[in-house]
Design a protein around this ligand. Structure first.
Ligand SMILES: NC(=O)C1=CN([C@@H]2O[C@H](COP(=O)(O)OP(=O)(O)OC[C@H]3O[C@@H](n4cnc5c(N)ncnc54)[C@H](OP(=O)(O)O)[C@@H]3O)[C@@H](O)[C@H]2O)C=CC1
Ligand SMILES: O=C(CO)COP(=O)(O)O
Length: 324
Protein backbone atom coordinates (compact mmCIF):
# COMPACT_ATOMS: atom_id res chain seq x y z
CA UNK A 1 0.00 0.00 0.00
CA UNK A 2 1.42 3.42 -0.94
CA UNK A 3 2.02 5.93 1.82
CA UNK A 4 -0.04 9.09 2.28
CA UNK A 5 1.76 12.32 3.16
CA UNK A 6 -0.05 15.18 4.93
CA UNK A 7 1.37 18.70 5.09
CA UNK A 8 0.10 20.93 7.91
CA UNK A 9 -0.59 20.04 11.53
CA UNK A 10 -3.60 22.31 11.90
CA UNK A 11 -6.94 20.80 12.82
CA UNK A 12 -7.71 19.79 9.23
CA UNK A 13 -4.27 18.31 8.53
CA UNK A 14 -4.49 16.29 11.74
CA UNK A 15 -8.00 15.04 11.01
CA UNK A 16 -6.87 13.98 7.52
CA UNK A 17 -3.82 12.27 9.04
CA UNK A 18 -6.14 10.20 11.24
CA UNK A 19 -8.42 9.46 8.29
CA UNK A 20 -5.45 8.44 6.13
CA UNK A 21 -4.27 6.10 8.91
CA UNK A 22 -7.75 4.49 8.96
CA UNK A 23 -7.18 3.29 5.38
CA UNK A 24 -4.27 1.15 6.65
CA UNK A 25 -1.68 3.07 4.63
CA UNK A 26 1.59 4.26 6.17
CA UNK A 27 1.19 7.99 6.85
CA UNK A 28 3.73 10.79 7.18
CA UNK A 29 2.74 14.16 8.67
CA UNK A 30 4.92 17.15 7.85
CA UNK A 31 4.48 19.62 10.70
CA UNK A 32 6.47 22.78 11.17
CA UNK A 33 6.84 22.01 14.90
CA UNK A 34 6.98 18.22 15.38
CA UNK A 35 8.43 18.76 18.87
CA UNK A 36 5.10 20.22 19.99
CA UNK A 37 3.71 16.68 20.16
CA UNK A 38 1.90 16.12 23.48
CA UNK A 39 2.71 13.32 25.94
CA UNK A 40 -0.36 11.37 24.77
CA UNK A 41 0.97 11.33 21.17
CA UNK A 42 -1.48 13.98 19.90
CA UNK A 43 -0.57 17.31 18.29
CA UNK A 44 -1.78 20.54 19.95
CA UNK A 45 -4.55 21.45 17.46
CA UNK A 46 -6.42 18.18 18.19
CA UNK A 47 -5.21 17.30 21.69
CA UNK A 48 -7.81 14.57 22.29
CA UNK A 49 -6.67 12.52 19.28
CA UNK A 50 -3.31 10.73 19.66
CA UNK A 51 -1.73 9.85 16.32
CA UNK A 52 -1.50 6.08 15.75
CA UNK A 53 1.84 4.26 15.49
CA UNK A 54 1.79 4.04 11.69
CA UNK A 55 2.08 7.87 11.51
CA UNK A 56 5.55 9.39 11.40
CA UNK A 57 5.93 13.11 12.10
CA UNK A 58 8.76 15.43 11.08
CA UNK A 59 9.28 18.87 9.59
CA UNK A 60 10.47 17.31 6.31
CA UNK A 61 9.06 15.23 3.53
CA UNK A 62 9.80 11.49 3.84
CA UNK A 63 12.72 10.30 1.70
CA UNK A 64 10.54 8.18 -0.59
CA UNK A 65 8.05 10.88 -1.65
CA UNK A 66 7.93 9.91 -5.33
CA UNK A 67 4.78 8.55 -7.00
CA UNK A 68 6.13 4.97 -6.91
CA UNK A 69 5.87 5.02 -3.07
CA UNK A 70 3.48 7.85 -2.31
CA UNK A 71 -0.20 7.65 -3.23
CA UNK A 72 -0.90 11.31 -2.56
CA UNK A 73 0.28 14.41 -0.74
CA UNK A 74 -2.55 16.17 1.10
CA UNK A 75 -1.78 19.87 1.56
CA UNK A 76 -3.88 21.18 4.46
CA UNK A 77 -2.50 24.64 5.20
CA UNK A 78 -4.62 27.82 4.98
CA UNK A 79 -4.75 29.38 1.50
CA UNK A 80 -2.53 32.29 2.59
CA UNK A 81 0.37 29.84 3.13
CA UNK A 82 -0.34 27.64 0.12
CA UNK A 83 1.97 29.41 -2.35
CA UNK A 84 4.96 29.37 0.03
CA UNK A 85 4.23 25.77 1.04
CA UNK A 86 4.08 24.58 -2.58
CA UNK A 87 7.30 26.43 -3.38
CA UNK A 88 9.08 24.14 -0.92
CA UNK A 89 7.29 20.95 -1.95
CA UNK A 90 9.67 18.08 -2.74
CA UNK A 91 7.53 15.46 -4.46
CA UNK A 92 6.22 14.40 -7.85
CA UNK A 93 3.30 12.41 -6.39
CA UNK A 94 -0.31 13.61 -6.96
CA UNK A 95 -1.14 16.60 -4.75
CA UNK A 96 -4.55 17.09 -3.12
CA UNK A 97 -5.23 20.66 -2.02
CA UNK A 98 -7.45 20.73 1.07
CA UNK A 99 -7.76 24.45 1.76
CA UNK A 100 -10.94 26.46 1.15
CA UNK A 101 -10.19 29.95 0.00
CA UNK A 102 -9.00 32.37 -2.68
CA UNK A 103 -5.66 34.11 -2.59
CA UNK A 104 -6.15 37.86 -2.02
CA UNK A 105 -4.83 40.19 -4.79
CA UNK A 106 -4.07 37.40 -7.28
CA UNK A 107 -7.65 36.03 -6.94
CA UNK A 108 -6.22 32.58 -7.62
CA UNK A 109 -7.94 29.41 -6.42
CA UNK A 110 -5.81 26.60 -4.90
CA UNK A 111 -5.38 24.61 -8.14
CA UNK A 112 -4.38 27.81 -9.99
CA UNK A 113 -1.68 28.38 -7.36
CA UNK A 114 -0.43 24.81 -7.80
CA UNK A 115 -0.32 25.38 -11.55
CA UNK A 116 1.62 28.65 -11.05
CA UNK A 117 4.24 26.98 -8.84
CA UNK A 118 4.39 23.36 -9.99
CA UNK A 119 2.78 22.91 -13.42
CA UNK A 120 4.51 19.51 -13.61
CA UNK A 121 2.32 18.03 -10.84
CA UNK A 122 -1.09 16.43 -11.14
CA UNK A 123 -3.47 18.10 -8.73
CA UNK A 124 -6.87 17.62 -7.12
CA UNK A 125 -8.97 19.40 -4.50
CA UNK A 126 -10.83 17.96 -1.52
CA UNK A 127 -13.87 19.87 -0.26
CA UNK A 128 -17.15 19.17 1.48
CA UNK A 129 -19.04 19.45 4.77
CA UNK A 130 -16.35 18.17 7.14
CA UNK A 131 -15.64 19.58 10.58
CA UNK A 132 -12.15 18.37 11.53
CA UNK A 133 -13.09 17.19 15.03
CA UNK A 134 -15.82 14.92 13.63
CA UNK A 135 -13.55 13.44 10.95
CA UNK A 136 -10.91 12.90 13.64
CA UNK A 137 -13.47 10.99 15.70
CA UNK A 138 -14.36 8.79 12.71
CA UNK A 139 -17.97 9.97 12.56
CA UNK A 140 -19.73 9.41 9.21
CA UNK A 141 -19.18 12.12 6.61
CA UNK A 142 -18.96 12.66 2.87
CA UNK A 143 -16.83 14.89 0.68
CA UNK A 144 -15.70 15.45 -2.90
CA UNK A 145 -12.32 14.99 -4.60
CA UNK A 146 -12.19 16.90 -7.86
CA UNK A 147 -9.57 16.73 -10.58
CA UNK A 148 -9.59 17.48 -14.28
CA UNK A 149 -8.46 13.87 -14.70
CA UNK A 150 -11.48 11.71 -13.80
CA UNK A 151 -9.47 8.52 -13.25
CA UNK A 152 -7.13 10.32 -10.87
CA UNK A 153 -10.05 11.75 -8.85
CA UNK A 154 -11.52 8.26 -8.43
CA UNK A 155 -8.16 6.69 -7.56
CA UNK A 156 -7.50 9.33 -4.89
CA UNK A 157 -11.03 8.95 -3.53
CA UNK A 158 -10.56 5.19 -3.28
CA UNK A 159 -7.19 5.59 -1.54
CA UNK A 160 -8.43 8.06 1.11
CA UNK A 161 -12.05 7.00 1.52
CA UNK A 162 -13.40 4.50 4.06
CA UNK A 163 -16.90 3.39 5.06
CA UNK A 164 -17.27 6.42 7.32
CA UNK A 165 -15.58 8.92 4.97
CA UNK A 166 -17.48 8.63 1.69
CA UNK A 167 -15.57 10.29 -1.10
CA UNK A 168 -17.30 11.21 -4.33
CA UNK A 169 -15.23 12.10 -7.38
CA UNK A 170 -15.80 15.04 -9.69
CA UNK A 171 -14.17 16.81 -12.62
CA UNK A 172 -15.77 20.17 -11.73
CA UNK A 173 -12.73 21.71 -10.07
CA UNK A 174 -14.12 25.23 -10.57
CA UNK A 175 -17.41 24.48 -8.80
CA UNK A 176 -15.83 22.52 -5.95
CA UNK A 177 -13.24 25.23 -5.22
CA UNK A 178 -15.81 28.03 -5.47
CA UNK A 179 -18.22 26.22 -3.13
CA UNK A 180 -15.53 25.72 -0.48
CA UNK A 181 -14.29 29.31 -0.63
CA UNK A 182 -17.67 31.03 -0.81
CA UNK A 183 -19.40 29.13 1.98
CA UNK A 184 -16.91 30.58 4.47
CA UNK A 185 -17.89 34.11 3.42
CA UNK A 186 -21.61 33.42 3.66
CA UNK A 187 -21.06 31.76 7.07
CA UNK A 188 -19.69 35.06 8.38
CA UNK A 189 -22.95 36.72 7.26
CA UNK A 190 -25.00 33.94 8.87
CA UNK A 191 -23.08 34.28 12.13
CA UNK A 192 -23.43 38.06 12.12
CA UNK A 193 -27.20 37.70 11.74
CA UNK A 194 -27.42 35.43 14.76
CA UNK A 195 -24.89 37.44 16.79
CA UNK A 196 -26.86 40.61 16.17
CA UNK A 197 -30.05 38.92 17.37
CA UNK A 198 -31.87 39.20 14.04
CA UNK A 199 -33.36 35.71 14.21
CA UNK A 200 -33.52 32.46 12.29
CA UNK A 201 -35.70 33.86 9.49
CA UNK A 202 -33.02 36.41 8.68
CA UNK A 203 -30.31 33.74 8.70
CA UNK A 204 -32.29 31.49 6.34
CA UNK A 205 -32.92 34.43 4.00
CA UNK A 206 -29.26 35.47 3.94
CA UNK A 207 -27.94 31.95 3.44
CA UNK A 208 -30.40 31.30 0.61
CA UNK A 209 -29.56 34.58 -1.11
CA UNK A 210 -25.91 33.71 -0.55
CA UNK A 211 -26.46 30.41 -2.33
CA UNK A 212 -27.99 32.33 -5.24
CA UNK A 213 -24.85 34.46 -5.39
CA UNK A 214 -22.63 31.37 -5.39
CA UNK A 215 -24.73 29.94 -8.23
CA UNK A 216 -24.29 33.13 -10.27
CA UNK A 217 -20.56 33.09 -9.64
CA UNK A 218 -20.36 29.46 -10.68
CA UNK A 219 -22.13 30.25 -13.94
CA UNK A 220 -19.59 33.02 -14.60
CA UNK A 221 -16.52 30.96 -13.70
CA UNK A 222 -17.34 27.56 -15.20
CA UNK A 223 -18.74 25.74 -12.13
CA UNK A 224 -21.70 23.40 -12.60
CA UNK A 225 -25.12 23.90 -10.92
CA UNK A 226 -25.07 20.27 -9.71
CA UNK A 227 -21.81 20.91 -7.86
CA UNK A 228 -23.26 23.99 -6.14
CA UNK A 229 -26.28 21.89 -5.12
CA UNK A 230 -23.96 19.13 -3.86
CA UNK A 231 -21.61 18.39 -0.96
CA UNK A 232 -18.98 21.02 -1.78
CA UNK A 233 -21.67 23.68 -2.34
CA UNK A 234 -24.98 23.48 -0.50
CA UNK A 235 -23.71 20.73 1.82
CA UNK A 236 -20.81 22.75 3.19
CA UNK A 237 -22.86 25.96 3.22
CA UNK A 238 -25.46 24.23 5.39
CA UNK A 239 -22.84 22.89 7.81
CA UNK A 240 -20.88 26.09 8.14
CA UNK A 241 -23.86 28.44 8.42
CA UNK A 242 -25.60 26.35 11.10
CA UNK A 243 -22.81 24.46 12.91
CA UNK A 244 -21.66 26.48 15.88
CA UNK A 245 -18.23 24.79 15.70
CA UNK A 246 -17.56 26.75 12.51
CA UNK A 247 -14.87 29.35 12.99
CA UNK A 248 -16.30 31.44 10.17
CA UNK A 249 -19.77 31.36 11.72
CA UNK A 250 -18.29 32.21 15.13
CA UNK A 251 -16.34 35.11 13.58
CA UNK A 252 -19.58 36.53 12.17
CA UNK A 253 -21.42 35.95 15.45
CA UNK A 254 -18.74 37.81 17.39
CA UNK A 255 -18.83 40.73 14.93
CA UNK A 256 -22.63 40.74 15.17
CA UNK A 257 -22.43 40.94 18.95
CA UNK A 258 -20.28 44.07 18.68
CA UNK A 259 -16.69 42.77 18.97
CA UNK A 260 -14.06 44.10 16.59
CA UNK A 261 -12.42 41.80 14.03
CA UNK A 262 -9.11 41.92 15.94
CA UNK A 263 -10.81 40.97 19.21
CA UNK A 264 -12.63 38.16 17.43
CA UNK A 265 -9.64 36.64 15.65
CA UNK A 266 -7.46 36.85 18.77
CA UNK A 267 -9.59 34.28 20.58
CA UNK A 268 -10.79 32.16 17.64
CA UNK A 269 -8.28 29.31 18.02
CA UNK A 270 -7.78 28.70 14.29
CA UNK A 271 -8.07 30.24 10.86
CA UNK A 272 -11.27 31.88 9.51
CA UNK A 273 -10.69 31.62 5.74
CA UNK A 274 -13.77 33.72 4.99
CA UNK A 275 -12.02 36.84 6.27
CA UNK A 276 -9.30 37.09 3.59
CA UNK A 277 -11.53 35.41 1.00
CA UNK A 278 -14.44 37.88 1.27
CA UNK A 279 -12.68 40.78 -0.46
CA UNK A 280 -11.14 38.48 -3.08
CA UNK A 281 -14.50 36.90 -3.90
CA UNK A 282 -16.20 40.31 -4.10
CA UNK A 283 -13.45 41.54 -6.44
CA UNK A 284 -13.75 38.40 -8.59
CA UNK A 285 -17.52 38.95 -8.84
CA UNK A 286 -17.07 42.56 -9.92
CA UNK A 287 -14.58 41.57 -12.58
CA UNK A 288 -17.09 39.03 -13.87
CA UNK A 289 -19.97 41.52 -13.60
CA UNK A 290 -21.88 39.34 -11.14
CA UNK A 291 -24.17 40.89 -8.53
CA UNK A 292 -23.23 39.63 -5.03
CA UNK A 293 -24.71 41.96 -2.40
CA UNK A 294 -24.30 39.53 0.53
CA UNK A 295 -20.66 38.79 -0.34
CA UNK A 296 -20.03 42.55 -0.85
CA UNK A 297 -21.47 43.24 2.59
CA UNK A 298 -19.19 40.68 4.25
CA UNK A 299 -16.19 42.11 2.37
CA UNK A 300 -17.03 45.61 3.64
CA UNK A 301 -17.68 44.29 7.15
CA UNK A 302 -14.32 42.51 7.53
CA UNK A 303 -12.53 45.47 5.91
CA UNK A 304 -13.97 47.66 8.68
CA UNK A 305 -15.88 49.81 6.18
CA UNK A 306 -19.35 48.88 7.49
CA UNK A 307 -20.83 47.86 10.83
CA UNK A 308 -23.14 44.84 11.00
CA UNK A 309 -26.06 47.22 11.60
CA UNK A 310 -25.20 49.29 8.49
CA UNK A 311 -24.60 46.14 6.41
CA UNK A 312 -28.04 44.80 7.31
CA UNK A 313 -29.66 48.20 6.67
CA UNK A 314 -27.98 48.35 3.25
CA UNK A 315 -29.16 44.83 2.32
CA UNK A 316 -32.73 45.53 3.50
CA UNK A 317 -32.85 48.76 1.51
CA UNK A 318 -32.31 46.89 -1.76
CA UNK A 319 -35.43 46.40 -3.86
CA UNK A 320 -36.66 42.80 -3.47
CA UNK A 321 -37.52 42.24 -7.16
CA UNK A 322 -38.05 38.86 -8.82
CA UNK A 323 -36.35 35.88 -7.17
CA UNK A 324 -33.46 34.61 -9.29
N1 LIG B 1 -10.69 22.73 10.48
C1 LIG B 1 -11.65 22.25 9.69
O1 LIG B 1 -12.69 21.74 10.20
C2 LIG B 1 -11.49 22.28 8.21
C3 LIG B 1 -10.59 23.15 7.61
N2 LIG B 1 -10.50 23.18 6.25
C4 LIG B 1 -9.54 24.07 5.60
O2 LIG B 1 -8.22 23.61 5.85
C5 LIG B 1 -7.30 24.69 5.81
C6 LIG B 1 -6.44 24.63 7.06
O3 LIG B 1 -7.29 24.91 8.16
P1 LIG B 1 -7.04 24.36 9.62
O4 LIG B 1 -6.24 23.13 9.64
O5 LIG B 1 -8.37 24.29 10.25
O6 LIG B 1 -6.18 25.55 10.26
P2 LIG B 1 -5.68 25.71 11.74
O7 LIG B 1 -5.91 27.13 12.10
O8 LIG B 1 -6.18 24.64 12.63
O9 LIG B 1 -4.09 25.44 11.61
C7 LIG B 1 -3.22 26.35 10.99
C8 LIG B 1 -2.45 25.67 9.90
O10 LIG B 1 -1.65 26.66 9.27
C9 LIG B 1 -0.32 26.19 9.15
N3 LIG B 1 0.55 27.35 9.21
C10 LIG B 1 0.53 28.35 10.12
N4 LIG B 1 1.45 29.27 9.82
C11 LIG B 1 2.06 28.84 8.68
C12 LIG B 1 3.09 29.36 7.87
N5 LIG B 1 3.68 30.51 8.15
N6 LIG B 1 3.46 28.64 6.79
C13 LIG B 1 2.87 27.48 6.50
N7 LIG B 1 1.86 26.93 7.22
C14 LIG B 1 1.48 27.61 8.31
C15 LIG B 1 -0.13 25.25 10.31
O11 LIG B 1 0.89 24.34 10.00
P3 LIG B 1 1.80 23.69 11.15
O12 LIG B 1 0.87 23.00 12.09
O13 LIG B 1 2.72 22.76 10.44
O14 LIG B 1 2.47 24.82 11.83
C16 LIG B 1 -1.50 24.59 10.34
O15 LIG B 1 -1.56 23.56 9.38
C17 LIG B 1 -8.16 25.96 5.68
O16 LIG B 1 -8.21 26.36 4.33
C18 LIG B 1 -9.55 25.51 6.11
O17 LIG B 1 -10.58 26.26 5.48
C19 LIG B 1 -11.23 22.36 5.46
C20 LIG B 1 -12.11 21.48 6.01
C21 LIG B 1 -12.32 21.38 7.43
O1 LIG C 1 -14.66 23.83 6.29
C1 LIG C 1 -15.18 23.53 7.33
C2 LIG C 1 -16.29 22.58 7.41
O2 LIG C 1 -16.53 21.95 6.19
C3 LIG C 1 -14.71 24.16 8.58
O3 LIG C 1 -15.39 25.35 8.75
P1 LIG C 1 -14.72 26.54 9.56
O4 LIG C 1 -13.41 26.82 8.90
O5 LIG C 1 -15.68 27.68 9.48
O6 LIG C 1 -14.54 26.06 10.97
Amino acid sequence: MKQIVVIGAGSWGLALTLQAARTGAPVHLRARNPASRLPNGAMPRLPAHPLPAQVTVSNDMPENAGPENTGMVLVAVPTQYLRSTLTQLETTAPVVLCCKGIEPHSLRFPLDILHDIRPDLTGAVLSGPNFAHEIAAGLPAASVIASKEPALARTLADRLGTLTFRLYDSTDTAGVQLGGAAKNVIAIAAGATIGAGLGENARAALVTRGLTEIGRLAAATGGLPATIAGLAGMGDLLLTCTGEASRNFRTGAALGSGLTLNETLATLGGVAEGVPTAGALAELAHRKNVSVPVIDSVASLVAGELTVKDAIARLLARPAGTEA
